[in-house]
Structures are given as C-alpha cells and as structure tokens.
Design a binder for this molecule. Structure first.
Ligand code: NAP
Length: 164
C-alpha cells in the first residue's frame, strides 16, 4: 500500500483551531475531494468529528480512536491501532492520511507522498502540522492557487514524492 498525506497549512504550519479549520478556502476543499475520492481516508477521531455532515462520501472512512466503544455509522471503520489498517485496505490502494496532527505524527515514517496546500497567511491556531523531513522528498508538482472573491488567501498546491 502507498501512504499519502493530504493537508493544508498556514504560513506558521497551523492546521487547526478550536477543532475546525481556521480558514474557508473552497478551492482547497475541491482539491481535497479530487485527491481523496475513491481512496481510503484515515483520520483521527477529532478530525472525524469536525466534519459537519458526517463521513465523507465515496471514500472508505477509517477513524482512529483508543476508545473501542466509540460509535461510528455502518460503513465507517473504527481502528484502535494503525497495524490493523492492512485488514481493511487493498495492497495496491493509495491510503490517504488526512490528519489531524496526532495521526500525521503516527504515520510520518511511513508516508510516501505528500499533497500539501500552503496558505500564505498567519491565522493563529492550536494545532500544528507535524515536522516533516522534506530533504527526503522531491517536489513533483507545484501549482499557484487561483484567488477570487471566495478564495481570498494566496495559496499553492504542492505534491511531493519520497525518493528512494
Ligand atoms: N488543515 C488540515 O489539513 C487539517 C487536517 C486534519 C485536521 N485538521 C484540524 O486538526 C484538528 C484536529 O487534529 P488533532 O491532532 O487535534 O486530532 P486528530 O488527530 O484528528 O484526533 C486525535 C484523536 O485520534 C485518536 N488517536 C490519536 N492517536 C492514536 C493512537 N495512537 N491510537 C489510536 N487512536 C489514536 C484519539 O482519539 P480518542 O480520543 O477517541 O481516543 C485522539 O484523541 C482540528 O482543528 C481539525 O480541523 C486540519
């Protein structure tokens, strides 16, 4: 299995504030949907609870929690340990780890590919991206984000691949 990270961070590596995203950036939501749809997504219980409409459609939602009694709807997989992941995904799947920071930290030595949105703005927040050793990755794609009246912050989409 390939493990990928998908996230957006601000100029100070902030990814979250008060259990939510600190920004509204619809073009990044669209990129997130495009990148993750059709793939298993792996997330922490807090990120799962941050979704306003429950599990994300057209993707296997896998939630990590130490609470084995945590209730999830049918179709959502609850895991207490990342070692159980291979029981639920195919060997040729690209598994999309979507946060939060505790889950990025858990997979940082396993991750092969990074889909990163850099937002050039300082929002302030309480949750930060885990440190990544970027010297082990090559930038394979970079795209300036389009700004408009609904996407008011400068941002860039980057894709990085771990080199051998
Ligand atoms: N900008 C972005 O791209 C992005 C992406 C994702 C999230 N976020 C933001 O980040 C914040 C949430 O991130 P977070 O780091 O606070 O929380 P999180 O990683 O989403 O969830 C933390 C929870 O995951 C479970 N967990 C953690 N380590 C575990 C382990 N080793 N084994 C089993 N379960 C484990 C625990 O659940 P239990 O307490 O139930 O045991 C823990 O409380 C929110 O503000 C969210 O909006 C931003």
């Amino acid at each position: 299995m390939i493990i990928s990270f998908v996230w957006a961070e601000d100029s100070k590596h902030v990814i979250g504030k008060d259990g939510k995203l600190p920004w509204k950036l619809p073009n990044d939501m669209k990129r997130f949907k495009d990148v993750t749809t059709g793939h298993p997504i792996v997330m922490g219980r807090k990120t799962y609870e941050s979704f306003p409409n429950g599990p994300l459609p057209n993707r296997l939602n896998i939630v990590l929690s130490r609470n084995r009694d945590y209730q999830v709807p049918d179709g959502v997989v609850l895991l207490a340990d990342k070692s159980q992941l291979c029981d639920y995904v195919n060997p040729d799947d690209e598994v999309m780890v979507i946060g939060g920071s505790t889950i990025f930290e858990m997979f940082k030595d396993d991750v092969d590919k990074l889909y990163l949105t850099k937002i050039d703005y300082d929002f302030g927040g309480d949750t930060f991206m885990t440190a990544i050793d970027y010297s082990k990755f090559d930038l394979i794609e970079k795209k300036e984000g389009v700004m408009d009246d609904k996407n008011i912050y400068p941002y860039t989409f980057e894709t990085l691949q771990r080199h051998n």
